[in-house]
Design a protein around this ligand. Structure first.
Ligand code: GLP
Length: 234
């Protein structure tokens, strides 16, 4: 049952999300976290980065990545997580998951699939909701891909705010699939802002359709949905 908990604003939503994640990490310090990038969880990650002990042993896996961008492009998900988590936490190395510019994108997806088969499942997936209902780069379609795959980017993705700083335009997406996400032990979905009002309303209708991939979250027994008032019409 997807029942939103509604917070007055993005700050209180982010504090609740950081607290929720801290409780999970205290119970399972070496948890495998699958993390979305984007504007919604930014503040949550900033708050988490204030307590380095919480994330010391956690394994951090990127949900998705912009394909075709240089690894050090400021718009990559890697740069985002280096800025918000790795550097403030004094953690070394790259996050787990897709490289942005693999020589062979299909082989890169096979690598991530094999890694997840060995080291998964994800303990907690932190997800954002695309305005078109996408999760990661699982874009609306007549059929969805279950596992890590190369994605054709939708218009909603290609106009995403993260790309404002990009040195070039991404040519594809790399993303975990819906089966990877539904295999997570728990899912935290964060939704914020008036521009998400229609999307969250659509999600809460309760049917499941590949035309709006986030509706597949209805098939998962442990989804926590945190919203701010702005996306619920407040
Ligand atoms: C992007 C990313 C997603 C992200 C979503 C929402 O395109 N591929 O992983 O969760 O869209 O982003 P935002 O939180 O900025 O609205």
């Amino acid at each position: 049952m997807l029942k939103p908990a509604v917070f007055p604003d993005h700050e209180t939503l982010s504090r609740a999300a950081a607290g929720w994640l801290t409780v999970r990490l205290e119970a399972r310090p070496e948890a495998l976290l699958c993390l979305a990038s984007g504007s919604t969880p930014t503040r949550t990650y900033e708050l988490l980065a204030r307590s380095p002990a919480t994330l010391r042993r956690a394994r951090l896996l990127k949900l998705d990545e912009w394909g075709g961008l240089d690894p050090d492009d400021p718009a990559t998900c890697e740069s985002y997580f280096q800025r918000l988590l790795q550097r403030p936490l004094g953690r070394r190395g790259k996050l787990l998951g897709f490289q942005s510019q693999p020589p062979d994108p299909e082989a890169e997806c096979r690598r991530v699939r094999q890694w997840l088969a060995r080291k998964g499942p994800v303990d907690v997936a932190v997800l954002g909701l695309g305005v078109n209902g996408h999760l990661g780069f699982n874009e609306p379609a007549t059929a969805l891909q279950p596992f890590a795959h190369v994605a054709t980017l939708s218009r909603a993705s290609l106009t995403h705010g993260m790309l404002t700083a990009a040195r070039r335009r991404p040519t594809f997406g790399l993303t975990l699939g819906l089966a990877d996400l539904l295999a997570s032990r728990e899912i935290l979905l964060l939704v914020s802002g008036p521009h998400k009002r229609a999307a969250v309303g659509r999600l809460l209708q309760g049917d499941v359709t590949p035309r709006f991939p986030a509706t597949f979250l209805w098939l998962h027994p442990h989804v926590t949905l945190l919203c701010d008032a702005a996306c619920r019409g407040g």
